[in-house]
Design a protein around this ligand. Structure first.
Ligand SMILES: C[S@@+](CC[C@H](N)C(=O)[O-])C[C@H]1O[C@@H](n2cnc3c(N)ncnc32)[C@H](O)[C@@H]1O
Length: 285
């Protein structure tokens, strides 16, 4: 690994960077290329300052020490971004509204269980955009076995998701009808309606670790999360999603992400960065 010299207050050797990169990879599947050395330095120097540490060597010892787990999460938060927005990559929500949800809702009305998953949900805007779309199509969805799970590794961002309160400026991204019926303005913020909040359950989950969910999912959105992972980790993740999807289930990924590995034999493209699981589990060549 050849890294470059970095500018800043703390010495940051190639060895420090390699230690951090190895730890981030082992625990979170994060891929820190050598060219990310300056970025890693600027994001993590803030942690050193906050913790009152003098060298990255001390920081690495802390990460690997008995209190390391909590600081590893802080490190992940510092190295990744939580950027998100309501109805981001709108084409997925259009596809869900016209081609995916009508069928799932009629199955739901017929008594079937339906599950959607926003994996790497950040502050919840993606999961609430799903809930708003579902409620718009089926205002009485609460009486069916229809749920949305939303997970993220970052407990701090999840607290914001559960609170469901956002700056008023973000409300503009929500289509007018849904904005009027399912959001409530309060000063310079707004909150999601109770009906919207009740559809979504939030939970902490590191996608690199075992998943506790038992049943299959009909739709999985994992968008703008795998970009941080190396190629092998991405392939494994796509395969785990494909395994967990119900036959005919949909996987939607981020605009700069590409499906790879064994999952490509189980899922076929059905839209922009959208895939559908084959009934047989194998995609036609
Ligand atoms: C850029 S946000 C994407 C949010 C949303 N999916 C979207 O597209 O707008 C990436 C999220 O992935 C989460 N994340 C990063 N690594 C993760 C991991 N190993 N397990 C679960 N979540 C992870 C981050 O905490 C962050 O909230």
């Amino acid at each position: 690994m050849v890294a470059t010299a970095v500018r800043g207050d703390y010495p940051f050797t190639d060895r420090d960077f390699q230690n951090i990169a190895a730890l981030a990879h082992e625990n979170f599947g994060l891929f820190l290329e050598p060219c990310k050395k300056q970025l890693a330095y600027s994001r993590l120097a803030k942690r050193l300052r906050f913790l009152g540490l003098e060298t990255f060597g001390e920081y690495c010892d802390m990460l690997r020490g008995p209190l390391g787990k909590d600081e590893q999460r802080e490190m992940l938060s510092a190295l990744t971004t939580n950027v998100t927005q309501f109805f981001r990559e709108k084409h997925h929500f259009d596809q869900l509204r016209t081609a995916v949800l009508p069928e799932l809702l009629s199955r739901s009305r017929a008594g079937r269980r339906v599950r959607l998953w926003s994996a790497g949900c950040s502050a919840g805007q993606e999961a609430y955009s799903l809930a708003l779309t579902v409620l718009d199509l089926c205002p009485d969805v609460a009486q069916y076995d229809f749920r949305i799970l939303a997970t993220d590794i970052d407990p701090v961002i999840l607290q914001r998701a559960v609170q469901a309160r956002y700056p008023l400026a973000e409300r503009e991204a929500i289509p007018t009808g849904m904005r009027q019926s399912q959001t409530i303005a309060e000063g310079d913020t707004f909150v999601m309606s109770e009906a919207t909040r009740k559809l979504v359950s939030f939970g902490e989950l590191n996608l690199m670790e075992p998943w506790p969910m038992k049943g299959q999912f009909d739709v999985i959105l994992c968008r703008n999360v795998a970009i941080y992972f190396d190629a092998a980790t991405q392939s494994r993740l796509w395969q785990r999603f494909a395994d967990l999807l119900a036959p005919d289930g949909h996987l939607m990924i981020g605009h700069s992400e590409r499906l790879s590995g064994p999952a490509t034999a189980m899922l076929r493209s059905c839209g922009v960065t959208a895939y559908r699981k084959m009934q047989s589990g194998l995609a036609a060549g």
